[in-house]
Design a protein around this ligand. Sequence first.
Ligand SMILES: N[C@@H](CCC(=O)N[C@@H](CS)C(=O)NCC(=O)O)C(=O)O
Length: 203
Amino acid sequence: MKLYNEANPAPNPRRVRIFLAEKTLSIPLVHVPMREGAHKSAEFKAKNSLGQVPVLELDDGSTLSESIAICRYLEELHPSPALFGSDPWQRAQIEMWTRRIELALANRVGAVWINTHRFTARLGTQYKDYGEAMRVRALEVMQWLDREIGTREFICADQFSMADIVALTTIDFAQFIGIEMPEDARRLRAWHGRVSARPSAAA
Ligand SMILES: N[C@@H](CCC(=O)N[C@@H](CS)C(=O)NCC(=O)O)C(=O)O
């Protein structure tokens, strides 16, 4: 098994690396240099026709894309510690939060990246107004997340889960492109400090 990977600040491969670190697993990494367009080569598109990383390749050559699908597969193989929940209610809660973070926050941060950032300007037409509107929405979602976290230790109840991994990688990437957590989002900032202090965050 190997993982086609790109280093930080790429957030999606980092999800899988953090997941592996939490499980104390290691998989050989194959660097896909995105700056050189390696993810859009015919060779790589044969592994993922969307031309995106990460991709997990099994020893028989079969491939799996989508960071969360990869982590779910690894969870089935290595159930402990459970990062997608260990009973029906936990699993449903973690699914809810993972989807909320992806759909409400990660997609908007991605839209800011694609439509406003100078590094993506060469990739196609940028719709700056749309990108700026998404920046405002992303900040609103961070405020919402701050209220939702409340006194909880983690995004979903009191256990570290896939939802924290998706939120951490999204918020760190948001910072990289200039979207800081709001100053007054103290609970979100405290959560970010807690999860960033875990050894897995260095992955
Ligand atoms: N939903 C996918 C997103 C993968 C993705 O967008 N990866 C980025 C790198 S972090 C990428 O390959 N971008 C290039 C592109 O979309 O063309 C996942 O979770 O794996």
